[in-house]
Ligand binder design. Structure first.
Ligand SMILES: N[C@@H](CCC(=O)NCCCC(=O)O)C(=O)O
Length: 250
């Protein structure tokens, strides 16, 4: 059986004054090496991503993190704290992609900015700066230049529901590199991990989806050193393989 296709929307990146579509290599590597699927990058911008065509070939979707933020207009909020951080081309692709993918029951794994898009796409809202919200901690990345520190263990999350049973534990220590976070959880979603300050750190869309998980942390960082990351990417890959098998059998 050929490897399942996992589509990965990128981010708009300006390099030398020109715009590129970029996906962090660690996301593609985790899809290929841990989920054992074929990553396929999707360009951004409404004219370059026919959602139906993308979903027709996909056996799964990975929504990667990004330094950019979901534009607040998508959740009825005020202007962005920093207009330079929005990526409208990414929002134009990922928000409708998420809704259509869930309708088709495509396996979906959303990470950090992808987790935030997941919530917004289904009607939820975000805090633009969690660290200034009363009662919440500072979830921003460590300032150390060493990436093993930036992406190293930062805080515990309490697991619940399916995620708790999948991982077979109540607590998990995760990394944390985000300004934004869930304010109001979208109605179709279930929260399955919580930080010590109560911030939602993992979400799932039940309703018959084989795998539809969003996490605020970064399991794609050195995943083979982390049993929980291995378990999540392998389960995601298996869901995509099951879909491929059904498709090939049809
Ligand atoms: N910009 C959002 C989401 C943060 C995020 O996804 N960080 C990862 C950036 C780099 C990478 O892909 O590893 C926020 O600040 O909340």
């Amino acid at each position: 059986m050929t490897r399942p296709i996992v589509v990965i929307p990128g981010c708009s990146k300006s390099i030398g004054g020109l715009t590129f579509d970029a996906v962090g290599r660690k996301y593609s590597a985790a899809v290929a090496e841990v989920a054992e699927c074929q990553p396929l990058l999707v360009p951004l911008g409404q004219s370059m991503a026919d959602i139906g065509a993308v979903l027709d070939i996909a056996d799964g979707i990975l929504l990667p993190g990004s330094l950019s933020n979901v534009e607040p207009k998508h959740y009825g909020d005020e202007d962005p704290l920093d207009p330079a951080t929005v990526d409208r081309d990414r929002d134009a692709v990922t928000l409708p992609l998420i809704r259509s993918a869930l309708e088709r029951k495509l396996p979906l794994f959303a990470i950090c900015r992808g987790f935030q898009e997941f919530n917004v796409a289904l009607g939820g809202t975000l805090h633009q700066a969690v660290h200034v919200v009363d009662g919440h901690h500072d979830h921003r990345e460590p300032t150390d230049e060493d990436f093993d520190i930036k992406f190293g263990p930062k805080h515990k999350v309490r697991l619940a529901g399916e995620l708790q049973s999948w991982l077979g534990q109540d607590l998990l220590t995760v990394n944390s590199l985000h300004w934004q976070g869930i304010n109001r959880l979208a109605k179709p979603l279930v929260a399955e991990a919580f930080a010590e300050d109560g911030l939602v750190e993992a979400i799932r869309a039940p309703a018959g989806n084989p795998f539809s998980l969003g996490v605020q942390w970064h399991p794609e960082w050195r995943p083979l050193n982390n049993p929980a990351s291995i378990a999540l990417f392998r389960r995601f890959g298996d869901a995509a393989r099951n879909r491929t098998a059904k498709g090939q059998a049809a």
